[in-house]
Write a protein that binds this ligand. Sequence first.
Ligand code: BEZ
Ligand code: FE
Length: 276
Amino acid sequence: MKSTGSDALVQQVVERFADTPDPRLREILGSLVRHLHGFIRETGLTEREWMQGIEFLTAVGQKCDDRRQEFILLSDVLGASMQVVAVQSARAPGCTESTVFGPFHVEGAPQVADGGDVARGAKGTPCTVRGTVRDSDGRALAGATLDVWQSDDDGLYDVQRPGLQGAQGRGVLKSQGDGSFRFESVVPVPYPIPTDGPVGDLLRASRRPCQRPAHLHFRIQAPGCETLVTHVFRSGDPHLDADPVFGVRPSLVADWPAAGPGRHEMHFDFVLQRID
Ligand code: BEZ
Ligand code: FE
């Protein structure tokens, strides 16, 4: 039987998607087919290896539930999440840089008043976090919604503690009339990304470290501005140069100095890109 040859097959598959009415979907599918076939041809992938890949992706899906998102984790360790962020973020100079969302955000976290407690019983060294939210024109943003989340002193998010009742280390607050915000929490510590699933097997097979540098997550939303998803990392953390999810940007590293006996503080000013 005459072989259709690999180039012809790629072309045939791309053409099979040619009637996709949505032009963007057509572009994405065509590019996906070309790159997927390019990967198979470049590596000379065997049928056994392809089946191992399918079994791996099946295990990733089976690990997911309403508390665990192994696909986000896979995207993160492959650097794909950070590449999507990089492709998207063409912001005005001076705007706060974005980084990965991660798998531990929970919609509907408790509302916290300005100055209120986000730790809500999470273990750790007490810490006051304060700062401002401005837009790229330099105007203070009053009433911006700040969604914050972090792990505790054991390096665990509340959703990683089965049986824990209620949220810990997370909350939603509003910036004040002058764009300022303040809340109480605990000093973040480095922690390992979850390694008890197929993504952990992948990291071990490739001898990759799993420890993330200490950080605090923010999602900040304000009308007329692009939503900012970012972290603030703790300066001096030994893992800053080897983040397993490639999320560190130097502009997002801040000091967490001592502020009295057994207390710390952190100050960070955020700038959101105006879009209207
Ligand atoms: C996180 O910071 O919560 C996170 C981000 C990516 C992968 C795992 C955890
Ligand atoms: Fe995190």
